[in-house]
Design a binder for this molecule. Structure first.
Ligand code: HEC
Length: 143
């Protein structure tokens, strides 16, 4: 009986200790909570230029961020999973430790906006979910 109670207690606590994984989290919710105030989700390239000139942006639009990462980090292999892993990994690392010298943004963006504040409020699963959303959201979108 004692053994049973202990077992029940153990499985109960593992249940509650289970962390949310990125599959349980919608990356778009994280974007809306923590990123939207600086990164507009979508603008065309010419709308971006106009908004930039009018000083209406605080950061590059997310579509530009996504396209830029996919353009400058290329994986020289026909392996989609590996490509996604590399792109998600860069985003997650950058969120934890933004740095003007390692930023892949264009020079004029860095000069205009400065460096992003570290997004230390994100759990690993939230960072993974938002990284996946950034790449997936603009897969078939032109910029
Ligand atoms: C206070 C404003 C601000 C917030 C909030 C913010 N960012 Fe940024 N972010 C920036 C700026 C400015 C840049 C461009 C300069 C740079 O690369 O650091 C940037 C750049 C980026 C880049 C591009 C890095 C590169 O080198 O290509 C990514 C990815 C990014 N942000 C993701 C996010 C995500 C995801 C969130 C929400 C969890 C977020 N940002 C929240 C201001 C912000």
């Amino acid at each position: 009986m004692k053994k049973f109670a202990l077992l029940a207690l153990l499985s109960f606590s593992t249940l509650f200790a289970a962390e949310l994984t990125s599959d349980d989290i919608d990356g778009y919710d994280i974007y809306n909570r923590d990123c939207k105030q600086c990164h507009v989700e979508f603008l065309t390239k010419s709308e971006t230029m106009t908004a930039l000139k009018a000083k209406k942006l605080l950061a590059p639009p997310m579509v530009e961020v996504s396209k830029r990462i996919q353009e400058v980090i290329t994986v020289n292999l026909d392996n989609e999973e590996a490509r996604l892993f590399v792109h998600h990994s860069f985003i997650k690392a950058y969120l934890k430790q933004p740095d003007i010298f390692t930023s892949l943004c264009q020079d004029h963006a860095k000069e205009t906006f400065g460096v992003m504040p570290a997004q230390t409020q994100l759990t690993d699963a939230e960072a993974q979910a938002v990284a996946e959303w950034i790449i997936d959201r603009f897969e078939d979108v032109e910029f």
